[in-house]
Design a protein around this ligand. Sequence first.
Ligand SMILES: [Zn+2]
Length: 176
Amino acid sequence: MKPTPAGWPRRQHWCVWVQPAADPGPSGIWERRWRGAVLAALATWGRQLAITQVDDPARAQVLVQRRRPPLQHNRASHGRALLQLVEVQRGGPWQLEPRVEVLISPGQGPAAIEATALHELGHAFGLWGHSDQAGDAMAAQPGSRPVLELSPRDRATLRWLQQQPGLAEPPAPPRP
Ligand SMILES: [Zn+2]
């Protein structure tokens, strides 16, 4: 399990921006399908977490972009979550805030896009580690069927993260 950034799992409420479809005409159908699949994945997480979808990307801690991730170690993937620290001023002094950019490739079928978004959003919401079980949304290797729901293990990992005090060195996860 990769280390979780300090304080990250403690967030109670998330503002998420999902790239809108630029083309309102018939040729924008793929953009709208991509967005529909991403919003479905977001709604699944929304049953576990308080999530607000925002129109202004500057207000968001998680930004979902319709873009193929760049090659990593010469390997292509359909999704990636990139953590960065940004300086923000929210009615007080400037402070550093984590922000996650989630790249979801448009070049897949709707179910695969939704499964990819469910997995990468899990990273964004603090589940930076992977499961070795193919039926989990957070599986390291996607199984033959796209996972569109959170498994009991995914939900247990999320609850475990939410109970952590946000230490710099998180304790080891419990054994299943
Ligand atoms: Zn992953």
